[in-house]
Design a protein around this ligand. Structure first.
Ligand SMILES: Cc1cc2nc3c(=O)[nH]c(=O)nc-3n(C[C@H](O)[C@H](O)[C@H](O)COP(=O)(O)OP(=O)(O)OC[C@H]3O[C@@H](n4cnc5c(N)ncnc54)[C@H](O)[C@@H]3O)c2cc1C
Length: 412
């Protein structure tokens, strides 16, 4: 079949790789180059352990404190408050213990095969070195402080995540740069990361092009359907692209297009920021999550990257790089004297649903349109598995992961 993939982020690129293995012909449609939107500047964690939703039980108690702190992990810009309130209400409803267990189970199933799903794509693209499998450290100022996160960590363990406790001596041995500030950790040995998420996406996309895919540099504005199937994509210059099938993987920009395919999805951007310190004097071997600060620190090819924060302001408001500067200030608290040759700042739109689950499945209104978006904080972790599962759906094979929690119709 000739399948158009709308979006060349991690989900679109991986879906192409998996579909080509079944012999399908691919046309990417995206005005941007591959791996330049949210898949560009994320923290690069590839973690089967990252199964907890954003909304955790009791979290609402912290929200007023966070909102009053300009350097806190959560910001809602005033103009956006009325728009985001109904979404936040749904978010709170998904934060009960029962819901969190259900959601974490579903996400764990999606993330468990992260390396298995990337491997054939990365290998074919000659990009295996862009995937590191050397674990991840969740670190805390003390063992006592870690108790606040015990419920979630126990849930992870119950779902089969290997997490070994690490005392301050071993922590300093594993990562000497953590000495002093962090005195307790949990080592998730099955985790990994990429030292360059954009390069990983570009490599998988580049291989898809070598294997015969083409790329139309336009925005999709709509679909033309006949008898319940999409037979043309409408492009922003008025051109039409004839297709046998379509995969919508346009990240945070997918909501309007998915409505045309019969799925009303409450998709929001949780804007996140990074600062990358080039040629840093702080050396880490692996991905580190500073849990009390909500910051992920990852040694990248381009330098030491500190990433995190959530900002609700929609897709169009300009970035506020003060958020990234505050990540750098926190970085200086965590690693006193942190410096490098220069810093770069970035903002990206995480595609988020209130239940922290992506949408993966057949579109309600078209028998040949598949949806794959909304991966929120774990799109790098879940992108390759999503591609594999969409290829299974397109080819009529049984899914290898239970896709029912990701149903496009669950918000009806
Ligand atoms: C600060 C930060 C840190 C993060 N850290 C991690 C992490 O450590 N691990 C992890 O797993 N995830 C992480 N994430 C989340 C991850 O980056 C995203 O979930 C993932 O990149 C989303 O990929 P995507 O392919 O869905 O979307 P994107 O990469 O955003 O790609 C969407 C593409 O669709 C295109 N598009 C949009 N509209 C149209 C249209 N109408 N027509 C054609 N094309 C269109 C865009 O141009 C874009 O190229 C982080 C995110 C942020 C912001």
């Amino acid at each position: 079949m000739h399948i158009a993939i709308v979006g060349t982020g991690v989900v679109g690129a991986c879906t192409a790789g998996w579909l080509q293995r079944d012999g399908h012909t691919i046309t990417f449609v995206d005005p941007r180059e591959a791996g330049e939107a949210c898949s560009f500047g994320n923290a690069g964690s590839l973690s089967p352990s990252a199964c907890l939703p954003v909304g955790m039980p009791g979290m609402w108690r912290n929200i007023p404190k966070w909102l009053l702190d300009p350097e806190g992990p959560l910001v809602i810009r005033a103009h956006y408050l009325p728009r985001i309130l109904p979404w936040l209400l749904q978010f709170m409803q998904a934060s009960t213990e029962k819901e969190v267990v259900r959601i974490a189970t579903a996400v764990r199933n999606l993330l468990r095969p992260v390396f298995e799903a990337y491997e054939p794509l990365a290998q074919r693209a000659g990009a295996s070195s862009l995937i590191r499998r050397n674990g991840c450290l969740y670190v805390y100022s003390s063992r006592e402080s870690a108790r606040r996160w015990k419920w979630g960590m126990d849930l992870r363990r119950n779902l089969g995540v290997e997490m070994r406790e690490v005392d301050s001596d071993e922590l300093a041995e594993l990562e000497p740069a953590l000495k002093g500030t962090f005195r307790f950790g949990q080592f998730a040995s099955d985790n990994g990361s990429t030292p360059d998420p954009s390069a990983l996406v570009k490599a998988i996309y580049g291989q898809a092009i070598k294997d015969g895919a083409t790329h139309v540099r336009s925005s999709v504005t709509g679909f033309e359907l006949t008898g319940g199937v999409v037979d043309r994509l409408v492009l922003d210059d008025g051109e039409r692209l004839e297709v046998d099938g379509v995969v919508l993987a346009a990240g945070a920009w997918s909501a309007r297009l998915s409505r045309q395919l019969g799925a009303r999805i409450p998709l929001e951007s949780q804007r996140g920021y990074h600062v990358t310190v080039a040629d840093p004097n702080v050396i880490l071997e692996r991905n580190v999550m500073a849990v009390e600060h909500n910051i992920m620190v990852n040694p990248m090819h381009s330098g030491l990257r500190l990433a995190g924060t959530v900002e609700f302001a929609g897709l169009n408001a300009p970035p506020r790089y003060e958020r990234a500067e505050s990540l750098l200030r926190k970085g200086n608290d965590l690693f006193p004297g942190l410096h490098g040759s220069r810093e770069s700042y970035w903002m990206g739109h995480r595609p988020c649903l209130p239940d922290s689950l992506p949408v993966i499945g057949l579109a309600p209104k078209a028998d040949n349109a598949f949806l794959g978006f909304g991966h929120g904080h774990v799109g790098m972790c879940g992108g390759a598995t999503t591609g594999r599962e969409i290829a299974n759906l397109v080819s009529g094979r049984d899914p290898e992961v239970d896709l029912s929690p990701f149903s496009p119709t669950r918000f009806r």
